[in-house]
Design a protein around this ligand. Structure first.
Ligand code: NDP
Length: 257
């Protein structure tokens, strides 16, 4: 598996915290030779710190490039690949991880701004990122090669009261992944989805507008997953032979079954 990821260029969105950050470390630990990691998010200072930590841990065999990128800005996403340094342009793997919940309210009370932020980030941002890398994938033999790994959610399969918009965004990710996989059937481009259940990250606090006591209450008496639990699966699916498509994975803590 290490060998299969060696020499690859991996782009991760939302790499400044939680699952995306863990994915960065997991890719670097799994393929510490000749890997190129492009870490993107809005908080670029955090990305720089993560890049330093990765270099300290795995050495200089992994090249890490922090890039400030707001996936909800279509123009920024469109120009993203073109602005990468030459040695990072041949993207092999895109981990579409950036996402958020903004506000936990019943549908009639959800603010329009929050609806727009969730769709622009979780859905349109993910689609735009995919469109940005597909032309690179398509330049490769046999119709093209590369991996799109979309981080969805259990919420896209099992909608819950108070999360209607977020659930709808993740259901959209699911439909998009399934349709795109079919569109690319004659290529070596894999579209794979990893759907986490409860994972303790900043996500939990963001969804309550930063109210930590509300966030903590959600996991009281629970044993949520860690971001590393999800990152291990993301790197596992990326490390399969190119002919092996782990299309759809649902991972949740045992109490959530
Ligand atoms: P975090 O809040 O820790 O991480 C979210 C990441 O997304 C951050 O790095 C943030 O970076 C980035 N992000 C948010 N908005 C944007 C934007 N507009 N442009 C670029 N980056 C953005 O949460 P998680 O790690 O938990 O979330 C990662 C993914 O996992 C999300 O898609 C989430 O929906 C999904 N998920 C999480 C679950 C959980 O229980 N935690 C359960 C199921 C799915 P920055 O703010 O620096 O831009």
């Amino acid at each position: 598996m290490t060998k299969r990821l060696e020499g690859k260029t991996v782009v991760i969105t939302g790499a400044s915290s939680g699952i995306g950050r863990s994915c960065a470390f997991e890719f670097a630990r799994t393929a510490p030779k000749n890997l190129k990691l492009v870490l993107t998010a809005r908080r670029v200072d955090r990305l720089r710190e993560i890049a330093t930590q990765i270099r300290e841990e795995v050495g200089e065999g992994v090249q890490v490039l922090p890039v400030e990128l707001d996936v909800s800005d279509p123009e920024a996403v469109k120009g993203f690949v073109g602005k990468l340094p030459e040695e990072f342009k041949a993207v092999d793997v895109l981990v579409n991880n950036a996402g958020l919940v903004k506000g936990m309210a019943r549908a009639p009370e959800i603010a329009e701004d929050d609806i727009n932020v969730m769709f622009k980030t979780n859905v349109t941002g993910l689609i735009n990122m995919t469109q940005a890398v597909l032309p690179i994938f398509k330049t490769r033999p046999e119709g093209g090669a590369g991996d799109i790994i979309n981080v969805g959610s259990i919420a896209g399969r099992e909608p819950y009261a108070g999360g209607s918009i977020y659930c709808a965004t993740k259901a959209a990710v699911r439909s998009f992944s399934d349709a795109l996989r079919k569109e690319l059937i004659d290529t070596r481009i894999r579209v794979m989805e990893v759907d986490p259940g409860q994972v303790e990250t900043e996500f939990s606090v963001v969804r309550f507008y930063g109210d930590k006591s509300k966030a903590d209450a959600v996991y009281a008496g629970c044993d949520p997953l860690t971001p590393d639990d999800i990152a291990e699966v993301v790197v596992f699916v990326a490390g399969r032979r190119q002919n092996v498509v782990v299309a759809d994975t649902l991972i949740f803590p045992s109490h959530q079954a």
